[in-house]
Design a protein around this ligand. Sequence first.
Ligand code: DGJ
Length: 500
Amino acid sequence: MLRTFLLLALGASIAAGEDIPRLVKSQLIVGGEPFVMLAGELHNSSASSVEYMRPIWDKLQAMHLNTVIGTVSWELLEPAEGTFDFTLVDSQIAEARRRNLRLVLIWFGSWKNAASSYVPLWVKKDPKRFPLMSTRNGSPSFMGLPQESLSPFGAESAAADARAFRALMRHIRETDPDHTVIMMQVENETGLLGDSRDRSPLAEAAWAAPVPVPLLKAGQKGTWREVFGDGPRAEEIFMAWHLGRYVNKVAGAGKAELPLPMYVNAWLGPQPGQDLPGQYPSGGPVARVMDVWRAAAPNIDLFAPDIYIDDFRGVCESYTRSGNPLFIPEARALVANLFWALGRHNALGYSPFGIEDLKQDDPLAEAYRILGGMSSLLARSEKTAVAPHETKISFAGYSMNVRKPGHALIVSLAPDELLFIGSGLEVTLEGAARIGTIDEGRFENGRWIAGRRLNGDESAHGNLITLGERSLDIRRVKLYQRSTANPLSRDASSRSVPPV
Ligand code: DGJ
């Protein structure tokens, strides 16, 4: 009897284990299926009140999100050392689960925007046990204001943060067997503002120590100054390594309870107006120190850019160059950027910041509605995106000309079958390729619901794929190659030998 029970329990735990959301070859698998996060991130303080959040949940569901990025702060989770309050976590999980939404939770632990404002009061009050970073000017600062930021060299800080995060992950494991929570963000925009490196006594000792082996080329050795030189770039690498080691401990403690995918996000830099590390958080996971972070923090599965600058496409490029799966936890709500991230970089997801501020009929909600009906198909299929500046499209073996600029996501549904979602665009085919049929319609729960067959005036007699100006249009297009043997074909008629 006991044996049967043990075997059953073992079986159940293996089954649950198999279902844990995970990354497989740069794809997020949720409930055994590839999943694209059509997400939005809450404002920092929203999830600190169950009541404040109440109307927001319905709105997010009505906006067709399938994932909400919520928050858990250390100060509210562990108000007294060793005493945990999971009320706010439980409420986010329950509200999301009720609406069939998934959750990504941000751990506002030791650092939030390079400051330590979310650590509990018992940490803030004890800088001896939890030492702070110091800079050339004294303390870190932002916009001329001094701020307190834990030093990554505080061993007790790392241990305390890791204990709290572990308790959080244990609680999620025990209370969320269906995996409403699919991924965790560990800390938020780490780094140091106001200087390029920590100059506290512990940091000075580390700066004078030998560079760790994983950062050295074969045969190399020396201190940070000897290996990387003096100056902000070297100091940024130093900070990236030590912040990475700290965050790795926190993530590892959490994964020991529940190994969900875990990521860190970056305040980007260098960026316009913030050229030097310290003007943007020094040592945070910006693209140029991603390799350092990767070596320091193997428990971190991906590095995610918060994209508020104009060069969205450049940032996507810099974050995927080394095989890093793209996830954008913070961005502006722009459909063209959503399409670009999904179409060109197979992004795991896209998430405007302050999602609760968006109007319910924002174009992004319409895009989420359309894509939500085909989430798994979308994650599995080959895709591309067209940006308004592009005049040619090469995709799935077809060359197309853009007759009128617009933006679109194009999904390959089958050989010779493409789905266009977008607006403004007019496309013709090149060479011997022809449009067979064009259908309006939409996917619902992965099933195609056909609308009108567009022919005649609506497709320039089968020659033009057009997407409407004002709203997002969907066109399912079957293509074929016109045989050159056909005497009436355009290609045949342009041959020098006249058809007989
Ligand atoms: C980036 C941070 O990661 C967010 O938590 C929030 O503070 C936004 N900036 C505000 O724009």
